[in-house]
Design a protein around this ligand. Structure first.
Ligand code: PEP
Length: 247
């Protein structure tokens, strides 16, 4: 039996309003899956709205946070603020942060460092773009991103790595189980070599990229896939099926 508890995250991105989120919460509250960690990330303005009505089984995450605790950083929120409001998780370095908002590997590293030191659990994301995969440099890109994460993580117990090939996010083009497993295996071996065997064996590596109720079971069978980060399908009732993908 794996030492790693299955983990399913839902990233709502910039979607939802009070009415649609109430429907989503009603659906999430039907989840009965004690063997899976379930964490959903609404837009920050709705973090409290969700936290107030969601059951204990489902945790709430922020989609982002900044690299310092407070100050003149208009529009930003800090890990301390999230913790103050009872939020335990944050997604960092999502591909949309990297490629739409031009967040550098370095900035993501700084955010990772500050979040971990602040005691919030993190879901840092890594993944290659299509041209990078086609150029055969997937491994170099992913390892470079992993290096920046590793250099800034002092305690791995609250880290879940999300491998999200950019070409698979929101495109309907899921990585095949073999493609995903291959990269997950490489990330795990990289962790063993560059951090420790224990961190490699215990850190959850989840897959993201057009996961849905139809493809999740095959992906979940892969030895090194410990769950999913789900975008579009996390807004739909089928999210509950994805949560049970390994059952
Ligand atoms: C994501 O936003 O992290 C994601 C994987 O999106 P989607 O499932 O829609 O591809």
């Amino acid at each position: 039996m794996s030492e790693r508890k299955f983990f399913v995250g839902g990233n709502f991105k910039m979607n939802g309003n009070k009415s649609s989120l109430a429907d989503i919460v009603a659906n999430l509250n039907k989840i009965d899956c004690p063997n899976t960690d379930v964490v959903v990330a609404p837009p920050s303005i709705y973090l409290q709205y969700l936290s107030a009505s969601i059951t204990n089984q489902v945790k709430v995450a922020s989609q982002n946070c900044y690299k310092v605790a407070k100050g003149a950083y208009t529009g930003e929120i800090s890990p301390d603020m999230l913790k103050d409001m009872g939020i335990e998780w944050v997604i960092l370095g999502h591909s949309e942060r990297r490629h739409v908002f031009n967040e550098s590997n370095e900035l993501i590293g700084q955010k990772v460092k500050h979040a971990v030191e602040s005691g919030i659990k993190i879901i840092p994301c890594v993944g290659e773009k299509l041209d990078e995969r086609e150029a055969g440099v997937t491994e170099n890109i992913v390892f470079e991103q992993m290096e920046m994460i590793k250099n800034n993580v002092s305690d791995w117990s609250g880290v879940v790595i999300a491998y999200e090939p950019v070409w698979a996010i929101g495109t309907g083009k899921t990585a095949t189980p073999d493609q995903a497993q291959e990269v997950h295996d490489k990330i795990r071996k990289w962790l063993a070599k560059n951090v420790s065997d224990e961190v490699a064996a215990t850190t959850r590596i989840i897959y993201g990229g057009s996961v849905n109720a139809s493809n999740c079971k095959e992906l979940a069978k892969c030895k090194d896939i410990d769950g999913f980060l789900v975008g579009g399908a996390s807004l739909k009732p089928e999210f509950n099926d994805i949560v049970k993908a390994n059952a």
